[in-house]
Write a protein that binds this ligand. Structure first.
Ligand code: AHM
Ligand code: MG
Length: 336
């Protein structure tokens, strides 16, 4: 079966998105162009992450190398690449990046109908030891032709038209939803193309893994404490759950999506709003979870119904398998 050794019908991410867009006769390919620039950024970061040790890309921003040029830290470099690719796509008006305190408003000659919120390189504490890190992004559309403002991205997550992440791990994987399910693409390094490898991802209804930074346990609130206690010492005869925590949201959420279970970054006494950022961490991951049949909850409400007031706002987040999130929702409901 020599012929079977090579797959000859390759569903690249571009082909996939073009197919999806062709269902909308009014579509002019803008989204495909936008996405191909995001994909370019992901490929660049993937290659930079893989070479990081070799190229001595790792270091403190502001440090100078022997040539006297300033060395950019990997996250600063990644941000520059994404901002430039998105602006030059001609399809964006507002960009919000974790790396930039202020939003970027694209100059009028290069403006387009999309707004992109992103964390160019999430999981920074894992960069220097080669553990999986990732890029997270969410996409909104502009609802008017006036000057863009931050109001154009201070919208609930349920208004996003697409969201995704790219994980730089043992392989480079891009997981994307345009609101009709979730699909996963793996980078074939020899082709430089993302190929559909995980069509229509659905999260298991219930999982046996919980994922949380337990080092913060002394500062947790009642429902989170009770939930984690239940994971470890179930009283209903069910088996105890396993704990997995990478400390890279992309890696922890990716495992949760594929294996099922729950990922928690709760509020605690020290960080009353949790740690993770609403626009480019909580929303995109919540969007993907719901699209895969799971849930995302803030401790008060459905995560995608939050209306952010500030671009770098934070929120507690509990996301993953439908039934596991139901349990934590019940514990919070019992509180009030
Ligand atoms: P970062 O944007 O500074 O990298 O922080 C975000 C990361 C997430 O990837 C991860 O889920 C979380 O921080 C881990 O935080 P902690 O180290 O407090 O457990
Ligand atoms: Mg981050």
């Amino acid at each position: 079966h020599e012929a079977d050794a090579y797959r000859t019908d390759l569903m690249t991410i571009t082909r996939f998105v073009l197919n999806e867009q062709s269902k909308y006769p009014e579509s002019r390919g803008d989204f495909t162009i936008l996405l191909s620039n995001i994909v370019l950024g992901c490929k660049f970061v993937c290659s930079a992450v893989n070479k990081a040790g070799l190229a001595k890309l790792i270091g403190l921003a502001g440090e100078t190398n022997i040539q006297g040029e300033e060395q950019k830290k990997l996250d600063v470099l990644s941000n520059d690449v994404f901002v430039k690719a998105l602006v030059s796509s001609g399809r964006t008006s507002v960009l919000v990046s974790e790396e930039d305190e202020e939003a970027t408003f694209v100059e009028s000659s290069k403006r387009g109908k999309y707004c992109v919120v992103f964390d160019p390189l999430d999981g920074s504490s894992n960069i220097d030891c080669g553990v999986s890190i990732g890029t997270i992004f969410g996409i909104y559309t502009m609802s008017h032709n006036d000057e863009p403002t931050t109001e154009d991205v201070l919208k609930p997550g349920n208004e996003m038209v697409a969201a995704g992440y790219c994980m730089y791990g043992s392989s480079c994987m891009l997981v994307l939803s345009t609101g009709t399910g979730v699909n996963g693409f793996t980078l074939d390094p020899s082709l430089g193309e993302f190929i559909l490898t995980h069509p229509d991802i659905k999260i298991p209804k219930k999982g046996n893994i919980y994922s949380v930074n337990e080092g913060n346990a002394q500062n947790w609130d009642g429902p989170t404490t009770k939930y984690v206690e239940k994971c470890k010492f179930p009283k209903d005869g069910s088996p105890a759950k396993s704990l997995r925590y990478v400390g890279s949201m992309v890696a922890d959420v990716h495992r949760t999506l594929l294996y099922g279970g729950i990922f928690l970054y709760p509020a605690d006494k020290k960080s009353p709003n949790g740690k993770l950022r609403v626009l480019y961490e909580v929303f995109p991951m919540s969007f993907l979870m719901e699209q895969a049949g799971g849930q995302a909850f803030t401790g008060k409400k459905r995560a995608l119904d939050l209306v952010p007031e500030k671009i770098h706002e934070r929120s507690p987040i509990f996301l993953g398998s439908y039934e596991d999130v139901e349990e934590i929702k019940a514990l919070y409901a019992a509180e009030d």
